[in-house]
Design a protein around this ligand. Structure first.
Ligand SMILES: [Zn+2]
Length: 439
């Protein structure tokens, strides 16, 4: 069983307009994550991810992996350090030079801490020699830390200099094959955002520095967003072009700030050609592979979902990635309830809940604090289910106060132990079904 008193969660109170270690607090996910003890800045745009946020990221990674593997993705790991000469050959060292974290080894060989790995993947494919069209398509992916020397890092995890990212690479023998895989990965993205219950819009996008023919951005409307999205009031069609009327149905549009959480591209041979990554077609000479690539900012998506769902005062998570699903708050020491059943009853209840929710339950065992104070802190943290062992626990049979943060209206229910287990079991089964049906 996990106990809150043992948790490393350095909660802080930040006075208004205060600055913390070179970091200005500019948005609510940053403020709440800092104040609730989930992240800690180390330097401009760099953050230590503390245990509760790490749990949420682990859960998010599990969801991402499950969706991308259902689309045929094979996981691998590419070094974070890429030889700079590869980026010279594709022209990107020049194109986005200032944004790259560059370094030299003791022999003077130049490297960069890669923000993305098209060059490294193309070099790998060149190294293994021409692939036969019969081996294709392939979808290779990794989830790892990436680096970008942001001119002005801001908004905490939304624009940091080191961040976790899913990057997936489609490898194809033709443009048609690339479009088929592109469609499959598009569906995987849609499934991921459905599981997270986030209203993410897919919008046509310019390819920018990446090059290639087809490109979409995945945008989550939220106040801290730096992009502007025109969303149709009738059909929800969204566009990055500032427009008053919807191109699909002619209805009025509304402009919303929005955060880019993912991107998909068909790259063509922009990387395979200069790096000689080749494919052997059914007849004729080897030709450059066609590549596609797919990114999801993992730390950014976590922060963006908090921006979209939280209030100014309290964190709210997609249920699937809340650090713990259930928190149990026992009575205050010395109270009537405490004298009647004390820590034993809480232990027993926790163990029964843990049976259905594995290690996804935490007990707030700071019994020297009032229930009200601990309830306020639990609400601020956004645990999906808060179970309070209060006055009604003295009834026969005992009943528990259950606060459900995902309910539309903040409501409290008094439930017996069996009713509580039924409620949590049903919630758990729903999650499980989702994973089964989409796998
Ligand atoms: Zn419309």
């Amino acid at each position: 069983m996990r106990y809150l008193s043992r948790l490393f969660q350095p909660v802080i109170t930040i006075p208004k307009n205060a600055k913390i270690k070179n970091t200005e607090i500019t948005c609510k996910s940053q403020k709440l994550l800092l104040e609730c003890g989930l992240i800690r800045p180390t330097s401009a745009g760099l953050f230590t991810i503390l245990p509760l946020a790490r749990r949420a990221l682990d859960k998010l990674e599990i969801q991402i992996r499950s969706c991308i593997e259902a689309a045929g993705g094979q996981r691998m790991s590419v070094p974070s350090l890429t030889v700079a000469a590869l980026w010279e050959r594709t022209g990107r060292l020049q194109a986005i030079g200032p944004e790259l974290m560059k370094m030299e080894d003791r022999h003077g060989k130049k490297y960069l801490l890669a923000p993305t790995h098209e060059e490294a993947i193309a070099d790998l494919l060149a190294d293994v020699g021409p692939l036969s069209y019969k081996q294709l398509p392939l979808l290779l992916y990794q989830i790892s830390n990436k680096y970008r020397d942001e001119h002005r890092p801001k908004h905490g995890l939304l624009r940091s200099r080191e961040f976790s990212m899913l990057d997936a690479y489609g490898i194809h023998s033709s443009e048609d094959c690339a479009l088929t895989v592109y469609h499959t990965v598009t569906q995987a993205y849609a499934e991921l955002f459905r599981r997270l219950q986030l209203p993410v819009h897919r919008v046509a996008a310019p390819s920018g520095d990446m090059g290639g023919s087809v490109s979409h951005e995945w945008q989550l409307p939220a106040p801290a967003g730096e992009d502007q999205l025109s969303v149709c009031s009738r059909c929800e069609h969204a566009s990055l072009d500032p427009t008053d009327t919807c191109s699909q149905c002619g209805a009025d549009t509304e402009t919303r700030s929005s955060i880019e959480v993912g991107h998909t591209f068909v790259l063509g041979s922009k990387y395979s050609s200069p790096l000689s990554a080749l494919c052997t077609p059914p007849s004729g000479a080897p030709q450059p592979l066609i590549m596609s690539c797919y990114g999801i900012g993992v730390t950014r998506l976590l922060a963006a979902s908090l921006e979209a769902l939280s209030s100014d005062k309290s964190l709210r998570w997609p249920a699937a990635i809340a650090p713990y699903t259930v928190i149990i708050i026992g009575p205050k020491e010395g109270s009537k309830e405490w004298q009647s059943h004390g820590a034993d009853a809480i232990q027993r209840l926790s163990e029964r809940i843990a049976d259905t929710h594995d290690d996804d339950v935490i007990v707030d065992d700071r019994h020297h604090l009032t229930i009200g104070k601990r309830l306020m802190m639990a609400d601020r943290m956004g645990y999906p289910y808060i179970v309070v062992v209060g006055k009604a626990s003295l009834e026969r049979p005992p009943r528990y106060e259950v606060y459900c943060s995902s309910a539309a209206a903040a409501s409290v229910r008094l439930l017996t132990e069996d009713e509580l287990l039924g409620l949590l079991g049903a919630a758990g089964a729903e999650d499980h079904d989702e994973i089964k049906t989409s796998a």
